[in-house]
Ligand binder design. Sequence first.
Ligand SMILES: Nc1ncnc2c1ncn2[C@@H]1O[C@H](COP(=O)(O)OP(=O)(O)OP(=O)(O)O)[C@@H](O)[C@H]1O
Ligand SMILES: [Mg+2]
Length: 412
Amino acid sequence: MKERNITVGLDIGTTKVCTIVGIENPGSEFEIVGIGTNPSQGLKKGSVVNIDKTVSSISASLEEAKLMSGVKISSATIGIAGSHIYSFNSSGVVAVKGSEITEEDVNRVMEAAKAVIIPSDREVLHVLPQEFRVDNTSGIKNPVGMCGVRLEAHVHIVTGSISLIQNLIKCAELAGVKVNNVILQPIASSGSVLSLEEKELGVVLVDVGGGTTDIAIWKDGSLIHSQIIPVGGNHFTNDLAVALKIPYMEAERVKIYHGSVLAETLDQSANITVQGLHGTRPRDVQLSQVAAVLGARADELFGLIKNIIDERGLENDITGGCILTGGGALIKGIAELGEYILERPVKIGYPSPFGGMTNIMQNPKYSTVLGLLLEAQKENTIHGKYKDSETHHADLVVRLSESLKSVFKEIF
Ligand SMILES: Nc1ncnc2c1ncn2[C@@H]1O[C@H](COP(=O)(O)OP(=O)(O)OP(=O)(O)O)[C@@H](O)[C@H]1O
Ligand SMILES: [Mg+2]
């Protein structure tokens, strides 16, 4: 197996680190050949707070994936989230040089759209084109070859804290993998969960992880808003531990096996037995009490999502409704409650199956890592060949410094 045919997605989450190895052999389908999942330690709300613990969680996950796939993992595409992420829309205009729009005109207008002032402690992670306008015609996805005199680009820009991005890259590299690309987690999850039709129609992708809930809003095939909410599944567990006065691990078990967010639908006499704190005697609690605690947190989360939609005036853009993914989307009743609060259709989004080991991966908690793998594969396909990790790393450094240069050129 040649190393250059290997693609790796590495999701460094708050609760788990997951590595997936994909392989593309000439003439056959892209296939998953290795998976490594290990509990994550060292991250809080999506950001690294302990380097050593994060490195050993990544190393364990890589080791498992290496053992399963039988290949050497030297580079990977990683995901990023955390409340340091800040995204916004921007636009730029240029005069078309010749009679027809060329690649060069598109590059110039993209440069103009991303030439915005951002604080010196942040860097640009993504500049994603939404639409181009040629003279008075809008909604153009690829203007190359069109006639016109004025070219306008509308883009979505994602930025993050330089130090927090570097911390994550450093952890991956200390664990022995070079980082080819850093992708915003909800963009990755969207890639594995959403269909092209859903992105066209307009949907909110909500990835409820352990430490954060990541939002990506799509319309007309483009990302129009992205945001990280610092509330995730672990907050549900914590609320339960505090309200029922039980250990965190017991609260996690109760949430997963007996939890629901719809207290009204439960039989008021149904009880479960829970372990008390510090070895105190087990006691009975009502299931409706468990659901009331979890339901209150879910109410808050959907309230925050509704505010994001309303504040940006996107109510009429989200025709396709809301798609919940991430491990936190598995809690019972969450789609029904979401539908009630958001007043639009809500469903659970599972990653689309593709070559190899797909049944194990058919779980919303793997949406991000599968999306990272797909992004990595897409990048390799666009570049026309699989490059070695050395070249990829150099590319990342060049790309990051290029995007920084262009962003700051307006300031200096
Ligand atoms: N069956 C289930 N029912 C309810 N909650 C679940 C279930 N399975 C997992 N979870 C919850 O999902 C959360 C973890 O989700 P996920 O694996 O997507 O997070 P992560 O990627 O590690 O974290 P993040 O994306 O925030 O960094 C945990 O809070 C966990 O309790
Ligand atoms: Mg996640």
